[in-house]
Design a protein around this ligand. Structure first.
Ligand SMILES: [Zn+2]
Length: 285
């Protein structure tokens, strides 16, 4: 038996200088959980050939040069990915106060095949039980202040660490919100990327800040991109306000428990927290 939680997001942007519309695919950020046997994995997705390189906790599988779906990562890209992904594990452990130290595999698909294999132009997914991450090579890698994030890699690594140390996430809001809170942006790659604060400023200007209850319920009126950005902002706010051990407890609650158990975990009523969040979020520029 397996379950699968995922979203696909795409937006069209007007590019002023080129006077054309450029469809920018943002993200497909799956968390795939398997509660059953290991064979239930959609094995054709992982068909070779792969070049395998290991460093630290990570075994990275990349496409060989000349593989038929766009450019393959060269040695520099392979080495850089391994260095950064190992560093992300340390960063995430630090932020979540966790101790993830298990070996894992990363399947780094070429950009052009991701659309075929995963259904979008850029994206990633994580199978925490199998200790496998799948995402795309070939987009701009972004390392602010020198080191930590290429966004997709860190996003997926949060899922890996959280699900293997904290436990199974109970709501999509907190599973994806935590990953976005730590990756720092959501889905944008390259020059048009926006950080969470930039997304939130747009929503504030538009008077479109969702309540935590709306994020927990995730009605279809909330677009996936709004959902990712605002869940990330909310979980980041919770993390700053209450801390990692409280987040770990909240992580595993389903949406009904989230409200009923909130005060027990944090010392604040859910209703009061929600009011605080909206006050602070709506006034922040
Ligand atoms: Zn995700």
């Amino acid at each position: 038996m397996k379950f699968r939680v995922g979203f696909q997001v795409s937006v069209s942007l007007s590019r002023k200088h080129e006077n054309m519309k450029n469809t920018l695919l943002l993200l497909m950020l799956f968390l795939i959980g398997f509660t059953g046997c290991k064979d239930d994995s959609g094995s054709t997705m992982l068909d070779g050939p792969w070049v395998t390189t290991s460093q630290g906790l990570i075994t990275l599988h990349t496409r060989p040069a000349g593989y038929g779906y766009g450019a393959s990562p060269d040695q520099t890209a392979i080495d850089s990915t391994l260095v950064h992904q190992n560093a992300f594990i340390g960063l995430i452990n630090q932020k979540l106060n966790t101790g993830f130290d298990e070996k894992l595999e990363i399947y780094f698909f070429n950009k052009d095949e991701v659309e075929l294999k995963l259904g979008v132009k850029a994206g990633g997914s994580t199978n925490p039980k199998r200790k496998e991450i799948y995402y795309s090579f070939g987009y701009h890698q972004y390392y602010p202040n020198l080191k930590l994030y290429d966004y997709l890699g860190v996003h997926e690594m949060v899922h890996m660490v959280a699900e293997n140390t904290i436990g199974q996430g109970g709501t999509t809001m907190i599973i994806e919100g935590l990953a976005v809170a730590i990756d720092g942006t959501l889905g944008n790659v390259g020059e048009t990327r926006k950080l969470i604060g930039e997304w939130m400023a747009e929503y504030q200007n538009a008077g479109n800040i969702y309540t935590p209850t709306q994020l927990l319920e995730k009605p279809s009126a909330i677009t996936d991109i709004e959902f990712y950005a605002q869940s990330g902002n909310f979980v980041n706010w919770l993390l700053q306000k209450f801390g990692a051990s409280e987040i770990a407890q909240l992580y595993q609650l389903n949406k009904d428990q989230f409200k009923s158990e909130f005060q027990k975990i944090t010392g604040q009523t859910y209703t009061s927290m929600e009011a605080d969040y909206l006050d602070e979020t709506r006034e922040k520029q």
